[in-house]
Design a protein. Structure first.
Length: 210
């Protein structure tokens, strides 16, 4: 077992964890626990997010909702829902994720089973410290089309192409939006209040579409 701790995240890594043990831990710890799990073929990382981790997540969530509202696009927020596939022996709980292109298919659904249901269209991962599991492999095996990753300094967009993530400049779900533009607002979040930031972001969207 390996435990690492920073002001942003605390991580515990367990090896040789069976799929059955992973599912038992999910079941026994419940949905209200403060930690998030990432499982990759026997390696389980348990991450507890702290303040530096959670604030960017809040801003990303605000941006996604504002984009969807201003562009008149329906979304279905799935938060940190556990995404897992037994056959792939992989599972993860993203910082947040959304159904956008597949929103209608999931509208009104109360459960999610990736053996039959489509995966979220967009997942957002905040890793201020390096993760001990390869999250690209996990998300790729689950079929998540678009992944945004932020390390506290740099934001990158990735698109899933033939099972591999390729870095891209523009969002797939929101083609109007570039990674450099979102990065600019995330950087501003370090010196602006959240409401002022959101008002500025909305004004930018409206200017861009008019």
């Amino acid at each position: 077992m390996l435990v690492t701790s920073t002001p942003a995240e605390q991580r515990t890594v367990l090896h040789n964890v069976s799929w059955e043990t992973f599912e038992a831990l999910l079941r026994d710890t419940g949905e209200d626990r403060g930690s998030r799990f990432a499982y990759d073929c026997g390696v389980l990382e348990i991450m507890t997010p702290l303040f530096e981790h959670e604030n960017p997540k809040s801003n990303f969530g605000n941006f996604i909702v504002a984009l969807a509202e201003e562009l008149d696009i329906e979304i279905r927020s799935a938060g940190s829902t556990t995404l897992k596939r037994k056959l792939a022996r992989r599972g993860i709980e993203p910082d947040t994720c959304y159904y956008i292109q597949n929103e209608l298919a999931m509208r009104g659904r109360e459960t999610l089973d990736l053996e039959n249901d489509p995966p979220p269209d967009l997942a957002i991962e905040i890793d201020i410290t390096s993760s001990s599991v390869n999250k690209f492999n996990i998300y790729g095996a689950l079929g998540v089309t678009e992944l945004w990753r932020y390390d506290g300094q740099n934001l990158k967009f990735h698109q899933l192409i033939e099972g591999q993530y390729v870095e891209c400049k523009f969002s797939i779900a929101f083609p109007l939006v570039s990674v450099s533009e979102i990065s600019r607002f995330i950087e501003q979040s370090k010196s602006m209040g959240e409401i002022a930031l959101l008002k500025s972001f909305r004004a930018w969207i409206r200017k861009k579409i008019n």
